[in-house]
Design a binder for this molecule. Structure first.
Ligand code: HEC
Ligand code: HEC
Length: 315
């Protein structure tokens, strides 16, 4: 008998043996019959058929590889005696190839889920509809209710990082009770900042771009220390050294009182609603780390969180 056929018979018997062992381990054919478990019976029958078909097909092709000789017209080129047949592409392949092109065009233009139903699309529609309803329903809240809503949003969304007291939990996130910490100001002065705080991509220059117009020199380490303390302490007039650096270096952009200028530089004296909105929309990277953006909050929720954050820094 041919060796290939012999190997195929041995493999078939072995695989049927494994199938039998698996059935025995699952309780045996008797049990399935007794229980009338047709699903498992069908699975077993399927397994047996698959084993037989697989070995039959594999054997057929292995034998074909062993025995077949090629025939047909040789192309004219020959590379060191290795030639190429001029075979027609199989008809089925050609049809499938053209069919796929047609299908691809259809899929690209019409079939792709962007243009038709998708679960994500349906979910987004529901969320958008709910947000509209929510915004409409809570359009006219008084300040107190707004703040309460803000507080409950804060406890769920923000407190995990900023702490229930909004004190930043030992420097894990920004302390929202004051505008900005000394370390954060210093970080910004040394490294610059590009957190989109203005809603434009206007960056804050790093120390190589901060010229003190009073001394006409780049800002020094001592000046960075002095002005950082000044800004973090809320720009108090009694700090002459810090105030001088601020007037000479920062006021041109941030304003003499530090309250910022639209499209030029943000308010660094107080927590402003515009700043909180920007941080919510874009997130923020700084001395402490990164805060993720909160684009899932609705318009009203933005207002509410803002009202709550504003109430914190007034304490
Ligand atoms: C050329 C204009 C310009 C000058 C001069 C300038 N700033 Fe800024 N500053 C900006 C801009 C713009 C931003 C917002 C950057 C961003 O979006 O991250 C910024 C951001 C900041 C922030 C970060 C605010 C936050 O919430 O993260 C601090 C702090 C700051 N500036 C302090 C200073 C100090 C102190 C000086 C003076 C030593 C100074 N800046 C000089 C333009 C300026
Ligand atoms: C995953 C943690 C995390 C969550 C959640 C989070 N924050 Fe923050 N937040 C931070 C970190 C970290 C910073 C400081 C970024 C930096 O280094 O300047 C920050 C900074 C801020 C700032 C800027 C403060 C400043 O002076 O520049 C505001 C405002 C803010 N968060 C508000 C919120 C609000 C409101 C929420 C809830 C909707 C929230 N955060 C949720 C981590 C978080």
């Amino acid at each position: 008998m041919n060796k290939t056929v012999l190997a195929a018979i041995i493999v078939t018997i072995a695989m049927l043996g494994f199938t039998y062992a698996a059935v025995e381990m699952a309780g045996g054919l008797d049990k399935f019959l007794k229980d009338g478990d047709w699903v498992n019976m069908l699975a077993i029958a399927g397994a047996v058929v698959l084993v037989i078909i697989t070995t039959f097909v594999v054997t057929k092709y292995v034998r074909q590889m062993q025995n077949d000789t090629a025939s047909g017209n040789l192309a004219e080129e020959s590379w060191d005696g290795i030639g190429e047949y001029k075979n027609e592409p199989p008809f089925g392949w050609a049809v499938a190839y053209l069919g796929l092109i047609v299908w691809a065009i259809w899929y690209f233009l019409a079939g792709y889920p962007v243009n038709s139903y998708s679960q994500i699309g349906e979910y987004n529609q529901y969320v958008a509809a709910h947000d509209t309803k929510f915004n409409e329903q809570h359009k006219n809240m008084d300040d107190e209710t707004l703040k309460e809503m803000g507080e409950s949003i804060f406890i769920v969304q923000c407190a995990p990082c900023h702490g229930l007291q909004a004190d930043g939990m030992n420097g894990q996130a920004a302390d929202l009770n004051t505008r900005i910490s000394e370390a954060s100001v210093k970080h910004v002065l040394i490294k610059g900042s590009n957190s989109n705080l203005l809603g434009t991509s206007m960056p804050m220059p790093d120390r190589n771009g901060l010229l003190n117009t009073a001394t006409n020199a780049l800002i020094t380490d001592a000046e960075i220390d002095a002005v950082s303390k000044y800004v973090a302490n809320g720009l108090k007039a009694d700090d002459a050294a810090g105030a001088a650096v601020f007037a000479g270096t920062c006021a041109a952009c941030h304003g003499a009182d530090g309250k910022g200028m639209e499209m030029v530089a943000p308010n660094i004296a107080q927590m402003s609603p515009a700043m909180v909105d920007m941080v919510l929309n874009h997130g923020k990277k700084g001395a402490i780390g990164a805060m993720p953006a909160f684009t899932n909050l609705t318009e009203v929720q933005h207002k509410a969180v803002n009202a709550y954050v504003a109430s914190l820094s007034q304490k």
